[in-house]
Ligand binder design. Structure first.
Ligand code: FES
Ligand code: FE
Length: 448
């Protein structure tokens, strides 16, 4: 790593790809962080190989033997509820010679049979049958040692299933820290429980996974990027404001935007977009929630919308509707996204229809907002090629200094500041450390 910092500009001391200066109040990210194959590989090993990762929600596999196949941190997995009702995750790779065992996306199966030599495993991962005349003797020989390999760790918080490939990872609740209660606030929104709807939105983005995190934690872009949507909101009676919208660093790489000026939230606040009937329904919902959870908790849950990022691959949108979004890096400039609707299990048809309409009109890939966001992070990925290898110092650094003055004074960060991004990048920098072979262009430009 060769890194020359102008006087006063302080490298955070880890990988040299982040430069922050508390005197000049500048925070910059070297663009190699988004496009370098070495950085991507180091992330795979040091971040995705060691952190807790969001796998899915247990209501995605409600019945015994239900399964889903999905790739997390580059590893193909089978997410399955065994015949004993226990939720597990196995590497989707045959212990015999490595073949992908389950090639269907989802289903219900008591057994998984590898197509190559027909080794068979039950839904709890145990090797249960082998082909051929000597199958019985072979089975005895391999019993216990040739089962499907489980991930190193799996734990569940409020139905949200997390895994880790590191057997020594700290306990899940320790990792989640303050983010655990935010997920609980979503899980508590219905007395009957919350669940994911069976449908899934999947799309690929031609951008680095960190751009998707930045974008979700970036209130700054809302008005310029989503001007069509903002216009629609204004026309339909919404107040569009950046006031009363705050950003929080939740520690351990997690962050959150809290939007208290937001209105029109399903089951919480329906005004002013919705009619009298909906307002009555909202009132009843809130009263029932207060009775169940206490007034203070019900107000905390209901009075604000939240966008939560749980390090490193879960975005949780508790907005007009509740959306779980999972990020899966595929290459430096490629990310796969999966999204589910998270709903009260006992919701009536009318509310469900409104929820789906609200969701598809906003955060879905065909909605009024998400396509703008995707275009933004794809445009960044294309644009940063321009300064690649630029030796004129500061050209190859992205700036995220907005609101740093407020941060330096210890004031509450606003959603239009770039503070939630800075806390993300600081944690990234700390988790990643130096990457051999990646040299940031020396920073020689102005520091303010
Ligand atoms: Fe799966 Fe041989 S590789 S049975
Ligand atoms: Fe956006």
């Amino acid at each position: 790593m060769t890194q020359t910092m102008a006087e006063g500009l302080v490298d955070t001391g880890h990988g040299g790809l982040i430069a922050q200066d508390w005197n000049a109040l500048t925070f910059r990210v070297n663009r190699e962080a988004y496009r370098s194959a070495e950085v991507f590989q180091a992330e795979r090993e040091r971040i995705w190989g060691h952190s807790w990762l969001y796998l899915g929600h247990e209501t995605e596999i409600p019945k015994k033997n239900d399964y889903k196949v999905r790739t997390i941190g580059g590893k193909p997995l089978i997410f399955v509820r065994g015949g004993d009702g226990v939720v597990r995750a196995f590497l989707n790779s045959c212990p015999h010679r490595g073949t992908v065992v389950c090639r269907d996306e989802q289903g219900n199966a008591r057994n998984f049979q590898c197509f190559y030599h027909a080794w068979t495993f039950n839904s709890s991962g145990k090797l249960s049958a082998l082909p051929g005349d000597d199958a019985y003797a072979e089975l005895e020989r391999f019993k216990g040692s040739m089962d499907l390999r489980p991930v190193a760790k799996l734990d569940i918080h409020e139905g949200f299933v997390f895994i880790s490939y590191d057997p020594d990872v700290p306990p899940l609740l320790e990792h989640l820290g303050d983010a655990a209660d935010i997920l609980s606030m979503a899980a508590e929104q219905s007395a009957a429980g919350m669940s994911t709807l069976p449908g899934i939105q999947r799309y690929g983005v031609k951008g680095n996974w960190k751009l998707a995190v930045e974008n979700a934690m970036d209130g700054y872009h809302f008005s310029p990027t989503h001007n069509t949507f903002v216009g629609y909101l204004r026309e339909t009676g919404f107040a569009v404001t950046d006031d009363d919208q705050y950003a929080y660093d939740l520690g351990n790489g997690h962050s959150m935007l809290v939007l208290t000026g937001h209105n029109g939230r399903l089951g919480m606040l329906w005004e002013p977009r919705f009619g009298e009937e909906e307002k009555e329904r909202t009132k009843a919902n809130r009263e029932a929630m207060a009775q169940r959870l206490g007034q203070e908790r019900a107000d905390t849950i209901g009075d604000a919308s939240r966008i939560l990022f749980v390090w490193p691959n879960l975005l949780f949108f508790d907005l007009e509707a509740l959306t779980i979004r999972q990020l899966e890096p595929v290459a430096p400039g490629r990310t796969d996204v999966r999204a589910w609707q998270y709903v009260p299990t006992d919701e009536d048809d009318e509310a469900r229809a409104m929820r789906l309409k609200t969701m598809t009109s906003f955060v879905g890939p065909g909605g009024l907002a998400t396509p703008d966001d995707i275009e933004a992070y794809e445009a960044v990925q294309r644009g940063i090629e321009a300064s690649k290898g630029d030796t004129r110092g500061f050209n190859d650094w992205s700036d995220m200094s907005r609101g740093m003055e407020r941060e330096a004074k210890g004031e509450k960060g606003r959603s239009i500041d770039e503070g939630a991004m800075r806390s993300f990048w600081r944690h990234w920098d700390q988790s990643l450390g130096a990457v051999p072979g990646v040299a940031a262009t020396s920073y020689e430009g102005p520091t303010a």
